[in-house]
Design a binder for this molecule. Structure first.
Ligand code: FEO
Length: 168
Protein backbone atom coordinates (compact mmCIF):
# COMPACT_ATOMS: atom_id res chain seq x y z
CA UNK A 1 0.00 0.00 0.00
CA UNK A 2 1.22 3.45 -0.84
CA UNK A 3 0.57 6.44 1.40
CA UNK A 4 -1.47 9.45 0.29
CA UNK A 5 1.46 11.85 0.04
CA UNK A 6 3.34 9.55 -2.29
CA UNK A 7 0.20 8.68 -4.22
CA UNK A 8 -0.36 12.42 -4.85
CA UNK A 9 3.19 13.15 -5.95
CA UNK A 10 3.25 10.10 -8.26
CA UNK A 11 -0.09 11.13 -9.80
CA UNK A 12 1.33 14.63 -10.33
CA UNK A 13 4.34 13.04 -12.01
CA UNK A 14 2.06 11.11 -14.39
CA UNK A 15 0.58 14.45 -15.44
CA UNK A 16 4.07 15.93 -15.98
CA UNK A 17 5.11 13.00 -18.16
CA UNK A 18 2.00 13.28 -20.34
CA UNK A 19 2.49 17.05 -20.52
CA UNK A 20 6.03 16.33 -21.73
CA UNK A 21 4.58 14.10 -24.45
CA UNK A 22 2.30 16.99 -25.54
CA UNK A 23 5.25 19.39 -25.58
CA UNK A 24 7.36 17.07 -27.74
CA UNK A 25 4.45 16.42 -30.09
CA UNK A 26 3.95 20.17 -30.58
CA UNK A 27 7.63 20.50 -31.39
CA UNK A 28 7.45 17.53 -33.73
CA UNK A 29 4.59 19.14 -35.66
CA UNK A 30 6.54 22.40 -35.89
CA UNK A 31 9.69 20.68 -37.18
CA UNK A 32 7.60 18.84 -39.73
CA UNK A 33 6.02 22.11 -40.90
CA UNK A 34 9.41 23.71 -41.52
CA UNK A 35 10.72 20.66 -43.37
CA UNK A 36 13.03 19.18 -40.73
CA UNK A 37 11.68 15.64 -40.89
CA UNK A 38 14.51 14.15 -38.83
CA UNK A 39 14.05 16.64 -35.99
CA UNK A 40 10.32 15.95 -36.21
CA UNK A 41 10.94 12.21 -35.97
CA UNK A 42 13.29 12.59 -32.98
CA UNK A 43 10.80 14.65 -30.97
CA UNK A 44 7.94 12.32 -31.89
CA UNK A 45 9.93 9.33 -30.58
CA UNK A 46 10.63 11.33 -27.42
CA UNK A 47 6.87 11.93 -27.03
CA UNK A 48 6.29 8.16 -27.16
CA UNK A 49 8.93 7.66 -24.47
CA UNK A 50 7.21 10.25 -22.28
CA UNK A 51 3.93 8.36 -22.61
CA UNK A 52 5.82 5.23 -21.48
CA UNK A 53 7.17 7.15 -18.47
CA UNK A 54 3.62 8.10 -17.53
CA UNK A 55 2.32 4.56 -18.03
CA UNK A 56 5.04 3.02 -15.86
CA UNK A 57 3.98 5.34 -13.02
CA UNK A 58 0.32 4.49 -13.71
CA UNK A 59 1.02 0.76 -13.41
CA UNK A 60 3.15 1.26 -10.31
CA UNK A 61 0.41 3.14 -8.42
CA UNK A 62 -2.05 0.34 -9.20
CA UNK A 63 0.48 -2.33 -8.23
CA UNK A 64 0.87 -0.62 -4.84
CA UNK A 65 -2.89 -0.63 -4.36
CA UNK A 66 -3.08 3.14 -4.76
CA UNK A 67 -5.60 5.27 -6.62
CA UNK A 68 -4.75 6.68 -10.03
CA UNK A 69 -5.99 10.28 -10.26
CA UNK A 70 -5.65 11.69 -13.77
CA UNK A 71 -5.72 15.49 -13.93
CA UNK A 72 -6.21 17.77 -16.90
CA UNK A 73 -3.17 18.02 -19.17
CA UNK A 74 -2.24 21.62 -19.98
CA UNK A 75 -1.67 22.77 -23.53
CA UNK A 76 2.07 22.95 -24.14
CA UNK A 77 3.85 26.28 -23.54
CA UNK A 78 6.56 27.00 -26.05
CA UNK A 79 8.06 29.65 -28.23
CA UNK A 80 9.16 28.31 -31.57
CA UNK A 81 12.34 29.71 -33.01
CA UNK A 82 15.41 28.17 -34.56
CA UNK A 83 16.10 24.47 -33.87
CA UNK A 84 18.82 25.47 -31.38
CA UNK A 85 16.34 27.57 -29.38
CA UNK A 86 13.86 24.70 -29.34
CA UNK A 87 16.49 22.29 -28.06
CA UNK A 88 17.51 24.79 -25.39
CA UNK A 89 13.85 24.84 -24.29
CA UNK A 90 13.88 21.04 -24.24
CA UNK A 91 16.96 21.09 -22.01
CA UNK A 92 15.34 23.56 -19.59
CA UNK A 93 12.20 21.44 -19.53
CA UNK A 94 14.12 18.27 -18.75
CA UNK A 95 15.98 20.02 -15.90
CA UNK A 96 12.59 20.77 -14.35
CA UNK A 97 11.50 17.14 -14.80
CA UNK A 98 14.73 16.04 -13.09
CA UNK A 99 13.92 18.29 -10.11
CA UNK A 100 10.46 16.83 -9.98
CA UNK A 101 11.79 13.25 -9.97
CA UNK A 102 14.25 14.23 -7.22
CA UNK A 103 11.30 15.49 -5.16
CA UNK A 104 9.67 12.06 -5.49
CA UNK A 105 12.93 10.44 -4.34
CA UNK A 106 13.20 12.83 -1.36
CA UNK A 107 9.61 12.23 -0.30
CA UNK A 108 9.95 8.46 -0.58
CA UNK A 109 12.93 8.71 1.78
CA UNK A 110 11.18 10.98 4.27
CA UNK A 111 8.10 8.72 4.20
CA UNK A 112 10.29 5.60 4.53
CA UNK A 113 8.76 4.04 1.39
CA UNK A 114 11.73 2.02 0.24
CA UNK A 115 9.84 0.38 -2.64
CA UNK A 116 9.13 3.78 -4.21
CA UNK A 117 12.66 4.93 -3.45
CA UNK A 118 13.94 1.91 -5.38
CA UNK A 119 11.36 2.32 -8.17
CA UNK A 120 12.25 5.95 -8.80
CA UNK A 121 15.94 5.14 -9.36
CA UNK A 122 15.13 4.15 -12.94
CA UNK A 123 13.73 7.66 -13.55
CA UNK A 124 16.76 9.29 -11.99
CA UNK A 125 19.00 7.41 -14.42
CA UNK A 126 16.65 8.13 -17.33
CA UNK A 127 16.92 11.86 -16.61
CA UNK A 128 20.73 11.66 -16.65
CA UNK A 129 20.51 10.11 -20.14
CA UNK A 130 17.91 12.56 -21.41
CA UNK A 131 19.84 15.62 -20.23
CA UNK A 132 23.05 14.24 -21.76
CA UNK A 133 21.43 13.43 -25.13
CA UNK A 134 19.89 16.89 -25.46
CA UNK A 135 23.08 18.60 -24.28
CA UNK A 136 25.05 16.76 -26.96
CA UNK A 137 22.67 17.94 -29.70
CA UNK A 138 22.83 21.54 -28.41
CA UNK A 139 26.65 21.50 -28.32
CA UNK A 140 26.81 20.26 -31.91
CA UNK A 141 24.41 22.95 -33.07
CA UNK A 142 26.40 25.63 -31.25
CA UNK A 143 29.71 24.36 -32.62
CA UNK A 144 28.55 24.51 -36.22
CA UNK A 145 26.54 27.72 -35.85
CA UNK A 146 24.15 28.58 -38.65
CA UNK A 147 25.76 26.21 -41.18
CA UNK A 148 22.73 24.84 -43.05
CA UNK A 149 24.73 21.88 -44.41
CA UNK A 150 25.37 20.71 -40.85
CA UNK A 151 21.71 21.20 -40.01
CA UNK A 152 20.85 19.05 -43.01
CA UNK A 153 23.17 16.26 -41.81
CA UNK A 154 21.87 16.52 -38.24
CA UNK A 155 18.36 16.17 -39.59
CA UNK A 156 19.37 12.89 -41.24
CA UNK A 157 21.11 11.71 -38.06
CA UNK A 158 18.17 12.53 -35.75
CA UNK A 159 15.86 10.81 -38.21
CA UNK A 160 17.58 7.50 -37.41
CA UNK A 161 16.44 7.44 -33.78
CA UNK A 162 14.58 4.23 -32.97
CA UNK A 163 11.77 3.85 -30.48
CA UNK A 164 12.76 1.53 -27.65
CA UNK A 165 9.81 0.51 -25.46
CA UNK A 166 10.71 0.71 -21.78
CA UNK A 167 10.35 -2.38 -19.68
CA UNK A 168 11.08 -2.93 -16.03
FE1 FEO B 1 10.00 11.64 -18.79
FE2 FEO B 1 11.73 13.63 -20.49
O1 FEO B 1 11.31 12.87 -18.87
Amino acid sequence: MINKKLEDILNAQINKEFYSAYLYLAMSAHFDEIGLKGFSHWTKIQAREEVDHGMILFDYIIERNGKVDLKQIEAPHYHFGEPLEIFEQIYEHELKVTQSIESVASMSESECDLATRHFINWYIQEQVEEEANVDEIIKKMKMFGQDKTILYHMDIELGKREYMPHKF
